[in-house]
Design a protein around this ligand. Structure first.
Ligand code: KG4
Ligand code: ZN
Length: 799
């Protein structure tokens, strides 16, 4: 429970076109509004939010240090809009070292109306885009605005109109919500024309948001931990919905990452949602796993019933598998903002590998996306192993059901708040006690000497969130890397055969605070700081990838970095991701200086660049179609090897014959520096089809090695041509594909033999990371290239 002293709080909400930014002072008997800067702002929330707060504070004669807490609207609303508000607020809270609270944007609308004296039934029709609304009914009486619904939901606009028109109180219903902008006529057609409240009440307001928070005694019910404040989404991403629908229908997967492919790929322990085809195996596992423990075994039919699409409540079921064998499963139903875990089992031979944790991570992620805030389950009184697992995840015993599993076999009811205490890195088999930690606001006391020593080192924190890795690094002025944290989302994307942008954005919001905190801790340890963890205000600058990349993913990092830098009172530095890949070479050779030729081969880019000076980049040629990494990914997909393709293909290629198949080397002799890879991909696919049709067994290593050779021969040829033409004496490489050992060896050997100095980035700094972003930032810091707080992500940035 957080005790307010001064009570000064800033309320932000960007879930709609209304940019909410209000200052208030909370006191014992309520609150007073100090200043309001709420205004309509279409699609520019990320540009305007921090500057608006800055102006509002200065209008009140305050600095950001006057804020004692932050409050943010969690939606539901526009997905991107909600993420901008929440990410900025998280950054502000970490930067200012104050707690962050969340409140519903729908409640903010209802309370906004209440404050103007409206009483009676009020219906909020908030715009959910794509023909849908977030409908919410309230009773406004002298006690306040009471919710008449359990949890937020998303419904087709026409269905909401019908639903409300059928209500017994339909003719006294008063309508608000930004959905009226778009669907006004639908409501008017059924007779609501006279019941629309004035337009200024249609959007959330800062005063409404604070009121909703104060009325619910929000500070008593939340920890204030910025990591725990997450958007209210009400639905999964489209990709996940389609996947679920497909699995519910028993249609076979288009991308199979199971069976032999796991083996060949050297990838073990995969997770995917349970499909109807898993029911038999799950039932068999269930009866084996619970041997010796009282448990009414589930039949295949029980699983099928839970997977049924027509089940009136949302559900989520996941399985863990390896080489086609089912190792475990977990699943449950969503009932009133609560996940009821129905069954969790792991094959006895596969225990102690963290499988249950991973399954629960997926399950609770789904549950949170579906609006859940808590989870519960029943566990047999005698099953102490399971109980201790749940306790370590944050569950507590909340009840006991006598004879639940039959006479003498009682059950404990355990429950936990979401998110669970889960390992931050889904790949680490054992819990790392990271994830969401207890939030502490302890003030740090440093000696003058310590303070000076920190200032002297000029620490720069860098954030990377352009694709599917959330990464944070901290470097000092001399280039010493003090922290380098990466949280990868690959597990969440792999089953879709590529990165799903909406999932990427969601995961960035979810983990950003913990990754930043982990980096601050890692750096504190590296610095030998005894007097408490490094604080944002002790940094010299905060830098972030501005582009290019997935817009929704970039926005999270940029909004967070702006909030953090502004609140910490340190400069902001924007970095081009492509320049980051280039600067990764400086992690190997800090003396690297232009001019040189640089090849960028990543998942999104393929370019040959003449680096004449730092910042002076002549792009000699780019790909006309697919990027090199993309070609690896597509070929791997065609071979059923899953995502990402690069690492799998290079592993296979090790034992293959590179001259076994003569794949085309497109544009090898085009006498320019452009590349084309789609023809090669097609050639590989036709080869696979032709061999399969002829009944021959595919030799995967040969295909992989021959494909790589076709790609790399062209890369080498053009790089050498460019070196000769420009007269540059040095060469370097970057991007995810630069991690490929064969490409590295080929370029190094051939070019070194020709007298060229070859620099290659450290292998782990080739794929996306923040160390490379920090390296660019270090240079920009030295030359004073700072960004303003009105910058936005730029998904199309080029070199
Ligand atoms: O630079 P990156 O991490 O992300 C982008 O900015 O695009 O590059 C990711 C790409 C993926 O396409 C992946 O398949 C590829 O890099 N990749 C590899 C290897 N490791 C990652 N390609 C070939 N060989 C590898 N060892
Ligand atoms: Zn990249």
């Amino acid at each position: 429970m957080f005790e307010f002293q001064t009570g000064i709080i800033a309320a932000l909400d960007t879930s709609t076109d209304m940019l909410v930014c209000t200052l208030a002072r909370i006191h014992d008997s309520g609150f007073e509004v100090l200043g309001i800067a709420d205004h309509i702002c279409r699609r520019k929330a990320n540009v305007e939010l921090v500057p608006t707060l800055e102006a509002l504070l200065s209008e009140q004669g305050m600095g950001v240090d006057a804020l004692e807490a932050l409050l943010v609207g969690r939606g539901p609303g526009s997905f991107t809009g909600v993420r901008i508000g929440i990410s900025t607020a998280k950054g502000l809270a970490i930067g200012a070292h104050v707690p962050l609270f969340g409140a519903s944007s729908l409640d903010a609308c209802a309370w906004g109306a209440w404050r103007t004296g409206i009483r009676g039934r009020v219906a909020v029709a908030a715009d959910a885009m794509r023909g849908e609304l977030y409908p919410a009914l309230y009773e406004l009486n002298d006690d306040g605005a009471q919710r008449l619904f359990e949890r937020e939901r998303v419904v087709k606009a026409a269905a909401v109109v019908d639903e409300w028109a059928q209500l017994p109180e339909a003719n006294t219903l008063q309508l608000i919500g930004d959905g009226l902008k778009r669907y006004r006529s639908l409501f008017e057609e059924v007779g609501f024309a006279e019941q629309l409240l004035p337009e200024n009440l249609w959007w959330p307001s800062g005063a409404g948001l604070v009121h909703a928070f104060v009325a619910a005694d929000g500070a008593a019910h939340a920890s204030g931990n910025p990591a725990a404040v997450l958007p209210v989404y009400t639905r999964l991403s489209d990709a996940e919905e389609h996947e679920r629908a497909r699995l519910g229908k028993g249609v076979s997967a288009t991308l199979d990452t199971s069976g032999v492919a796991d083996d060949v790929a050297g990838r073990h322990l995969q997770l995917r949602p349970m499909g109807v085809a898993d029911a038999e195996a799950a039932a068999a596992l269930d009866s084996a796993a619970f041997e010796g423990i009282t448990h009414s075994p589930w039949s295949a039919t029980s699983f099928l019933e839970e997977l049924d699409e027509s089940l009136p409540v949302p559900h989520s079921w996941w399985v863990a598998h390896d080489a086609g064998e089912l190792l475990g499963f977990a699943g449950g139903r969503v009932v009133d903002a609560h996940l009821e875990l129905l069954n969790v089992a792991v094959k006895s031979a596969a225990r102690r590998q963290g499988i249950a944790r991973k399954l629960l991570a997926q399950l609770t992620y789904d549950a949170q996306m579906l609006g859940c805030t808590s989870v519960s389950l029943e566990v047999e009184e005698q099953n102490t192993a399971a109980q201790s697992l749940y306790v370590s995840l944050g569950f507590e015993v909340v009840g006991r059901r006598a004879d639940y599993y039959g006479a003498g076999a009682s059950a404990f009811v355990m429950s936990a708040a979401l998110p669970l205490h889960l390992p931050r890195d889904a790949h680490s088999p054992e819990p790392t006690a990271e994830g969401i930690k207890t939030w502490s606001l302890q003030r740090i006391r440093r000696t003058n000497q310590e303070r000076e020593a920190l200032a002297e080192r000029q620490l720069i924190l860098a954030i990377e969130s352009s694709c599917d890795e959330t990464a944070v690094a901290i470097v000092d002025k001399a280039g010493t890397m003090l922290a380098n944290q990466i949280s990868t989302q690959i597990d969440f994307h792999a089953r879709f055969g590529g990165v799903v942008p909406e999932i990427a954005s969601r995961k960035h919001v979810e983990v950003m605070v913990s990754v930043v905190e982990a980096a601050l801790e890692e750096a504190s340890e590296a610095l030998g700081l005894k007097s408490g963890t490094l604080q944002a205000s002790e940094l010299a600058a905060i830098s972030v990838t501005q582009g290019p990349g997935l817009v929704g993913a970039l926005v999270v990092g940029v909004a967070f970095a702006k909030g953090m830098a502004y609140a910490a009172g340190v400069p902001l530095i924007c970095v081009n991701h492509l320049e980051g890949h280039l600067f990764a070479n400086r992690l190997t050779d800090p003396t690297l200086e232009p001019p040189f030729i640089f090849t960028l081969v990543s998942g999104g880019h393929t370019m040959l660049v003449h680096v004449r000076a730092w910042g002076d980049y002549e792009v000699l040629g780019e790909t006309l179609d697919d990027a090199v990494g993309e070609a690896f990914d597509k070929v791997a997909k065609a071979l059923g090897l899953g995502y990402p393709g690069g690492p799998v293909i290079s592993r296979l290629a090790e034992s293959g014959n590179a001259s076994a198949i003569d794949f085309p080397r497109a544009m090898m002799h085009s006498h320019d520096y452009r590349f084309s890879l789609s023809g090669l991909k097609t050639a590989v696919v036709s080869y696979i089809e032709q061999e399969t049709a002829a009944g021959r067994v595919l030799h995967l290593p040969d295909i992989a090695a021959s494909f790589e050779a076709a790609v790399f021969d062209v890369q080498y040829k053009k790089a050498w041509d460019a070196l000769r033409e420009t007269g540059a004496q040095s060469y370097c490489l970057g991007g995810g594909v630069a991690a490929n050992a064969h490409l590295r060896a080929l370029l190094e050997q051939k070019l070194t033999k020709r007298g060229i100095k070859v620099v290659l980035p450290p292998q782990q700094a080739c794929t996306d990371n923040a160390a490379m972003i920090a390296e660019v930032a270090r240079q920009k810091f030295a030359s004073g290239e700072f960004a303003q707080f009105n910058v936005d992500a730029d998904p199309n940035m080029s070199l």
